[in-house]
Design a protein around this ligand. Sequence first.
Ligand code: ATP
Length: 377
Amino acid sequence: MPPGSAKIEPERIADRLSALPGLERVREAAGETPVYLVGGAVRDLLLGRERTDLDIAVEGDAAALGRRLGGEIRTHERFATATVHLDGGELDLATARSETYSRPGSLPEVRSASLADDLARRDFTVNAMAIPLAGEPELIDPHGGLADLEGETLRVLHERSFVDDPTRALRAARYAARYGFALDAQTEKLLRRADLDTVSSERVQAELRKLAREPRARRGFELLDDWGLMTLGDGARELIDSVSDVVASEPWASVVPRDDAVLAAALGRDLDPARRLASIEPAAPSEAVELARGHDGVTLALARALGAEWLDRYVSEWRDVRLDIDGDDLLAAGIPEGPAIGRGLSAAMRARLDGEAADAAEELRIALDAARDAGSE
Ligand code: ATP
């Protein structure tokens, strides 16, 4: 669904809920324990967007419920959560909890709590709604999430939200880019003051990587730049788009993860070597291999995005070329162990790449000539 065309139909909750995989089993296994669909799963259900993972809050022991469900399960006792694969879907079960932050940006102290507390700890109103799985489906919406969903607005639940957890500012860019939502004015004021230095760089990187995975990643990074949370370098915007195109097609799709490439483009990482590669037009395949070898996939993809078309053939062909001979053949032909062997094989490889050695016999002749020249130096 393109941004700006949200069609919220609360009256269709029951229909849509019954179409989601695994929920009937959760309801049965839960018995008297109250369980709720929560968070992104409710937001996307209201928006009519499909998703593969469903978040379930449990007013009780989520791991125990997970075990009762059967299926493939991963539990994290420390966080009282369990991930269960069931009926083709992924269920994330979590014990309803409250979170308190002892200082800005610290990891929260977590206590099991009521659903109301669990919703109150969330990032934006559109993510702070729940639907009980037992009884008549109804929307539990204590923070006005439905109205904000209809108004295409991201709004924090309280003034200290970005102080407690500044990574929420990065999450805002992700949702704003994905859904085309705008920040509520007060939320924007608070967000602009978010101090990402109070959280670990690992957490910041993890959120940025999630943003890089979004189809509209460029928009998300532009928003972060607009909001003063990061600075996009010259050409970064176009590079995010062009490197996304590069890694969407073969031969690149199978060698470079899109999020790595997009993140590097946004942050200006690996740009110098990429620019160097893009400024050269190698005269022969052997020269191309010489230049490209040793650079990782992301640098190569950035260079391709900057115009190095010759890298297509490097990635799909040249870098996989192997000789029919090896060092043993040179030893057997009387070349002594030492650097001459390496020189001989390199010469044979250059010839092979450049179409000057058609078979093993020619490779060997070229390798021996080069090894003997090297030996006589
Ligand atoms: P996606 O649609 O990309 O899967 P999501 O909305 O499901 O994203 P998750 O990161 O999977 O988001 O988190 C699930 C829910 O947990 C969110 O919808 C939100 O309610 C809550 N949440 C996650 N991270 C935070 C945070 N840093 N602060 C507050 N609430 C959070």
